[in-house]
Write a protein that binds this ligand. Structure first.
Ligand code: NAP
Length: 249
């Protein structure tokens, strides 16, 4: 039986790698992102590798869009039992310069988005008696200068994860979080631009502080998500796995 997975923010970066990995693991994958057209590369890569994927445009912070997206996935791919809440944005600034809009934008995508998606999918998981939800947290949950909004959201993802693990466990649904350290994506490229450092220099300087001596790649995170989604990982729930090349960033 083919299981259906939804990965949000899957047009690029960690989400795209996770979508490709879950497809290789045998899932049919709904590639959800703000712009449906932007999902084409991920869908094509999955198809080229012999997998099955569907591009779905949706803003995860929009209640109606989330309902429509999950309904469309159910109609066109099948009932989703795996959900990866990966969509994310940065609006970094020091607290005294941070606008309320930048606070709200980050809360909306990470927390409201994960809430809306996680509320829409469990009816299918409960029916199947099986489900996996994986939320993307971050080492920034431990505190990071210039990221009061993002750190609060990513710490919030951890409490959200543990609570859903308690509520959904009786229905065969596990809920876990992966907390990446520094991963080479457009998100970290944008951070380098903001601080005015060439990306290669930024990556090299960061890698020096990472115990395994290299920056993370999207596939490193996809592998951790893949583990939590396994059928035989059903006794692992409510956990936060830091994937940072060391104990923390
Ligand atoms: P990325 O390259 O910036 O990709 C994020 C994707 O999410 C983009 O395709 C973006 O679409 C999409 N997105 C943004 N807002 C959305 C919304 N409201 N609805 C649907 N999709 C939306 O980021 P990434 O580095 O792969 O990060 C993925 C996740 O890992 C995020 O939750 C991030 O916070 C977390 N994380 C990343 C790192 C890192 O070092 N990269 C470290 C720790 C945690 P647009 O391009 O249209 O905006």
């Amino acid at each position: 039986m083919t299981r259906i997975a939804i990965v949000t923010g899957a047009a690029r970066g960690i989400g795209a790698a996770t979508a490709r990995r879950l497809a290789a693991d045998g899932y049919a994958v709904a590639v959800v992102d703000l712009d449906e057209a932007a999902c084409a590369d991920t869908v094509a890569a999955i198809a080229e590798a012999g997998g099955r994927a569907l591009a779905v445009g949706a803003d995860v912070a929009d209640e109606d869009a989330v309902t429509a997206a999950v309904d469309r996935v159910t109609a066109e791919l099948g009932a989703p039992t795996v959900l990866v809440n990966n969509a994310g944005i940065l609006r970094d600034n020091l607290l005294f310069k941070m606008s309320a809009d930048d606070w709200d934008a980050v809360m909306n995508v990470h927390l409201r988005g994960a809430f809306l998606m996680s509320r829409a999918v469990p009816r299918h998981q409960v029916e199947a008696g099986f489900g996996r939800i994986v939320n993307l947290s971050s080492t920034s949950a431990l505190g990071n200068r210039g990221q009061a909004n993002y750190a609060a959201a990513k710490a919030g993802m951890q409490g959200f994860t543990k609570t859903l693990a308690i509520e959904l466990g009786p229905f065969g649904v596990t809920v876990n979080a992966v907390a990446p350290g520094f991963i080479v994506t457009d998100m970290t490229r944008a951070t380098a631009e903001r601080v005015g450092v060439p990306f290669d220099d930024f990556v090299a300087a960061t890698a020096k502080e990472i115990p395994v001596g290299r920056p993370g790649q999207p596939d490193d995170i996809a592998a951790a998500v893949s583990f939590f989604c396994r059928e035989d990982a059903g006794f692992v729930s409510g956990q936060v796995l830091y994937v940072a090349g060391g104990p923390r960033a």
